[in-house]
Design a binder for this molecule. Structure first.
Ligand SMILES: [Zn+2]
Ligand SMILES: [Zn+2]
Length: 335
């Protein structure tokens, strides 16, 4: 089988690799479509080191081609979306249901080989059966969508509430749609107006750049009160965290999904004084089925987010495309 193997920073080569046999609890999946994201990009550049050689990629949908002896739930021929994180299953966090927080969690495409290959091996428990009426191109986005579904649930968003999404990348544009699906009114805030037309098409009621007017004012005008009820931060920069705090009303909630890699100054005075609930949201626990339901029902449209498509052999071009300002989600059409 062919695999895109990362041998070191920016050194990725499509090579033939050994076919992998499933262990007892594993399945082998023929990758249909895979998405590339910021995490893959940071690993590719060497910003986030992994042990080399490594096959990257963790957002994908595919078809089961082989199952291990102990596999019960999944069958050869099943089309599945894959939850690319698995936890130890035995620590106190796992036993409490907080498997996304497990300290010995393995991430497919980071700690073990991932989906930028013709086939990939994952534990059976990572596989979620795909709804028959949803296309691979839509289901490929299940993983980032599950991240957002969890974040919106963490924010306790109710119908009629006002919400702001900070960041208009793929996570932001998915968050916007999940919030709309919950009946919230949504303001999208971004550094540039580049994606605003698309954001409005996907249901944003208002869009603002961070430079247009003070965000506190924007949030007051949009919500008709002291600020928005809930903010979803998806950009993962220190500025974005500050923007989220500027938008939220006293007593409101801020959910952080972006991972700021730099030190992030936070005005805790305003957090305490305004009783803002500030919470992190990390990947997902059981949000995959809900994410696929939203795609199958058309509540979340993923097609407009896929801006670039490449064959596996052109993976170098795919990474270059990810960095271009016009790209939202880059896809690899593997089989
Ligand atoms: Zn990702
Ligand atoms: Zn654990």
């Amino acid at each position: 089988m062919k695999a895109a193997i990362l041998h070191g920073p920016r050194d990725i080569r499509v090579e033939s690799a050994r076919m992998i046999a499933p262990r007892a609890g594993d399945v082998v999946i023929r990758v249909g479509m895979a998405g590339l994201c910021g995490t893959d990009y940071r690993i590719w550049t060497g910003d986030r080191p992994v042990s080399y050689p490594r096959v990257l990629g963790h957002e994908f949908v595919g078809t089961v081609t082989e199952v291990g002896a102990a596999v019960k739930r999944v069958r050869v021929g099943d089309r599945v979306a894959v939850e690319p994180n698995y936890s130890c299953g035995v620590c106190p966090l796992c036993r409490e249901g907080n498997r996304n927080l497990c300290l010995s969690r393995s991430a497919v495409g980071i700690d073990v080989d991932g989906c930028f290959a013709e086939t990939v091996r994952v534990p059976e428990r990572c596989c979620w059966p795909a709804p028959p009426n949803a296309a691979n191109e839509d289901l490929m986005i299940t993983e980032p969508l599950a991240v957002v579904v969890r974040a919106v649930a963490r924010g306790g968003v109710r119908a009629g509430e006002s919400a702001a999404v900070v960041g208009a990348g793929s996570l932001g544009l998915l968050a916007l749609q999940v919030l709309r699906g919950r009946g919230a009114r949504v303001l999208v805030v971004s550094r540039t107006p580049r994606r605003f037309e698309l954001a409005r098409e996907l249901g944003a009621e208002a869009t603002r750049t961070v430079a247009e007017a003070p965000l506190e004012e924007t949030a007051r005008a949009f919500s008709g009160r002291e600020g928005v009820d809930v903010v979803l931060e998806t950009a993962g920069t220190p500025e974005a965290v500050a923007h989220a705090l500027a938008l939220v009303r006293p007593g409101g909630r801020v959910v952080l999904t972006g991972l700021p890699h730099e030190p992030t100054p936070v005005a805790f005075f305003s957090v305490v004084r305004r009783e803002v609930t500030l919470m992190g949201s990390m990947i997902y626990q059981d949000e995959f089925p809900e994410a696929m339901r939203l795609v199958a029902a058309g509540t979340v449209r993923t097609g407009p987010l896929v801006t670039h498509r490449f064959a596996l052999d052109a993976i170098g071009e795919a990474f270059a495309a990810h960095a271009r300002p016009d790209s939202i989600k880059v896809a690899l059409q593997v089989s």
